[in-house]
Design a protein around this ligand. Structure first.
Ligand code: B4P
Length: 193
């Protein structure tokens, strides 16, 4: 099993690159953002709680997202590997993920961190907001909150995995195909070892 965390600030290209990576490597895509948006669309109790937080640019509580990931891992016993997109977002989520994977005799193989400047992030998210219908993409103040949440709560995830030498930084600006090639090169190096 080979498991990857695709890491980076909101708008760094995680969702975009995930689509390409899962079809190339046959991984199961676990995007906590996508799972939460499905809960919102289905108007579940969890979705209503999540929408309230997401619309302000805040993170959803750790126990909620960890529970979602636990179920997804349990529901895919035959997976060749998982691509975690937008998860973990806090140190508590990182510790919980490592434990869930250890219980299944596996671990994170690599954390691929997309580096993108703040100006570019804001530009991309506002652009996406024109068509995505996502309420968290249309307002610059909410986008700024998401970036602050990332800086205060999520950058620690890279520090956490750096202690285990698992983090590789990738330039996240340029064409989607060039960034994809850089990501594949790092994955291929590890798969051939
Ligand atoms: P997510 O769904 O994870 O959304 P995101 O970080 O905004 O987007 P992503 O980074 O995947 O977007 P992409 O770059 O692909 O989270 C949404 C919210 O859910 C969070 O704010 C939080 O409230 C909640 N949540 C999710 N997970 C959570 C967790 N674990 N714990 C707590 N709360 C959680 O795309 C951005 C745009 O850039 C697109 O329009 C794309 O076309 C464009 N783009 C991509 N690559 C480009 C390139 N190379 N050049 C130009 N444009 C590019």
């Amino acid at each position: 099993m080979f498991n990857i965390i695709l890491f980076g600030p909101p708008g760094s290209g995680k969702g975009t690159q995930s689509e390409k990576l899962i079809s190339t490597y046959g991984l199961i895509h676990l995007s906590t953002g996508d799972i939460l948006r499905r809960e919102i669309a289905a108007a579940t109790a969890l979705g209503l709680e999540a929408k309230n937080l997401m619309d302000k640019g805040h993170l959803v509580p750790d126990e909620v997202v960890v529970g979602m990931i636990r179920s997804a891992l349990d529901n895919n016993p035959q997976a060749k590997g998982f691509l975690f997109d937008g998860f973990p977002r806090t140190e508590a989520q990182s510790i919980a993920l490592d434990k869930l994977l250890a219980d299944k005799n596996t671990a994170i193989g690599v954390v691929l961190a997309l580096d993108v400047s703040q100006d570019e992030l804001i530009k991309r998210l506002l652009q996406r907001g024109l068509t995505s219908g996502r309420s968290d993409d249309t307002n610059e103040a909410i986008i700024s909150n998401r970036i602050i949440e990332y800086q205060t709560k999520t950058t620690v995830v890279a520090n956490y995995y750096s202690k285990f030498n698992k983090v590789v930084h990738i330039k996240g600006e340029g064409t989607v195909d060039d960034i994809f090639a850089s990501l594949c090169s790092e994955i291929d190096k590890r798969l051939s070892n």
